[in-house]
Design a protein around this ligand. Structure first.
Ligand code: HEC
Length: 125
């Protein structure tokens, strides 16, 4: 009787262990998160970058406060104003967007888009 109970217990333990191993390995399989923004996908100023400024920055950066980030003005303001230089990590616009005071004004994905757009040549595309 005791031996039967023991073997049942052993079988149960084996099942639990197998389930745990299966669980861990399936977790590993799916825990990879792809990068939020693929640096190799071409970013377009008009459709990827300007909307970031239009929805997050215009309450302050309209015509009065530099840089002027309004649609149709922002590219000139950023390039002529020296806010955009390569590599993107050192550009004034990226440093400002990631700095303590401005960081909450745009999402992490938006910051990466601006960074990659600069590193892709900062085109008015
Ligand atoms: C609530 C108002 C406000 C919002 C919204 C805002 N800014 Fe600013 N920004 C300021 C002020 C004020 C300054 C000037 C003081 C300073 O440098 O922090 C400034 C400065 C800057 C500068 C540096 C200007 C210079 O000549 O040194 C950049 C670049 C900039 N902002 C980019 C942005 C971007 C990009 C966004 C949107 C993601 C944004 N700002 C949103 C208020 C704002």
């Amino acid at each position: 009787m005791n031996r039967t109970l023991n073997s049942i217990r052993q079988i149960l333990i084996a099942f639990v262990l197998l389930a745990a191993i299966a669980g861990i390995s399936s977790c590993e399989k799916y825990s990879f998160t792809p990068p939020a923004v693929n640096p190799d996908v071409v970013l377009l100023y008009q459709t990827d970058i300007q909307p970031i400024f239009s929805s997050n920055c215009l309450t302050c950066h309209g015509s009065k406060l530099a840089p002027d980030l309004r649609d149709g003005f922002s590219f000139q303001a950023l390039t002529k104003g020296g806010y955009v230089i390569a590599p993107g990590e050192t550009s004034k616009i990226y440093l400002k967007m990631t700095g303590a005071d401005h960081s909450p004004r745009s999402s992490g994905v938006d910051k990466l888009k601006v960074l990659y757009w600069i590193n892709q040549g900062a085109l008015n595309n």
